[in-house]
Design a protein around this ligand. Structure first.
Ligand code: 8DG
Length: 149
């Protein structure tokens, strides 16, 4: 499963995070906006679509800077095909991008809540496990982003 996530970085340096709906997987946790790639989409195309759907913002594919990725296996699930439980769960890869330019005012169209956080505060949020290394990679890249590199 390939997932794209976007760190929107405001001129103040604050980063937009969204809270997953209570009933979803990882319900109530804070995450970077984004979602699964649909068939035929590149990660940047998926990012543009998800940011529009979730926040109502327009971003340009060329304004997305690759920050890093994180990978894991989702928990093993019982095999519906009847051959017993799968030995290991499905792989998940999350590709994090940063973006400092967008059009519009962010609204929580799909998430339970959105808020802006200082980058140093991200590690203190309750997030899905893969978001901790992603937040660390973002922190590492932010100085370059601010100076337009
Ligand atoms: N968007 C996002 N998803 C994350 C993050 N961290 C993390 O573990 N995930 C996981 C949660 C989900 O298993 C998966 C993303 O799936 P999703 O349910 O948000 O994707 P989607 O918007 O395409 O949802 P849907 O159409 O299937 O309802 O990635 C993150 O920072 N952002």
């Amino acid at each position: 499963m390939l997932v794209v996530a976007v760190a929107l970085v405001a001129p103040s340096g604050q980063v937009l995070m969204q809270r997953r709906p209570q009933e979803a997987m990882h319900g109530g946790l804070w995450e970077f906006p984004g979602g699964k790639l649909e068939a035929g989409e590149t990660p940047r195309e998926a990012a543009v679509r998800e940011i529009k759907e979730e926040l109502g913002l327009v971003i340009e594919p060329g304004d997305l800077h690759a920050v890093g990725f994180a990978e894991a296996r989702l928990e093993a699930t019982p095999d519906a095909g009847g051959q017993g439980a799968q030995a290991s769960g499905r792989p998940i890869v999350i590709l994090l991008h940063a973006c400092t330019r967008w059009r519009g005012e962010a609204r929580a169209l799909e998430g339970a809540q959105i808020d802006w956080y200082r980058p140093e505060a991200l590690a203190g949020l309750e997030m899905p496990p893969l978001d901790y290394p992603l937040a660390k990679a973002l922190l590492r890249d932010l100085p370059g982003l601010a100076s337009g590199i």
